[in-house]
Write a protein that binds this ligand. Structure first.
Ligand code: FES
Length: 127
């Protein structure tokens, strides 16, 4: 069992914002082709802010915990800031991840970026 920070362990015990979001403005999905783990992430946008985020992860504990932490981190965040977030930002925000689990934080960030891109495409079709 890898060593997880107290915050990762807490998100594992009590994941936040889990489940599909009816009426979401966009969804993003990211999959790790090596392990097959998947994260779905729904976003609700108000103005230039991310108003609400929910997720579902079929994957390892680190992927679940970082997805949960990601939803808390980006709720209320300006879209421009969220677009610049990296997996390293997320891993740092949860107190770090064991080296073998750093890649697990990529799923949530990948799903977030895809959801925001889908939102932009829906707002500006044809651009
Ligand atoms: Fe697949 Fe963690 S082992 S995302």
């Amino acid at each position: 069992m890898p060593f997880y920070s107290p915050l990762v362990q807490e998100h594992l015990r009590n994941p936040r914002n889990v489940g599909e979001m009816p009426g979401a403005d966009a969804i993003g999905v990211d999959e790790n082709p090596i392990c097959g783990d998947v994260t779905w992430l729904w976003v609700k946008i108000q103005g230039d802010l991310i108003a609400r985020v929910t997720f579902k992860t079929r994957g390892c504990p680190a992927a679940v915990a970082t997805s949960s932490a990601c939803t808390e981190m980006v709720t209320g965040m300006p879209l421009a800031t969220a677009r610049r977030l990296t997996a390293a930002n997320l891993a740092q925000a949860v107190g770090g991840l064991p080296p073998a689990k750093v890649h697990c934080s990529v799923l949530a960030i990948g799903a977030l970026h895809k959801a925001l891109a889908a939102y932009e495409r829906a707002r500006h079709p044809g651009s």
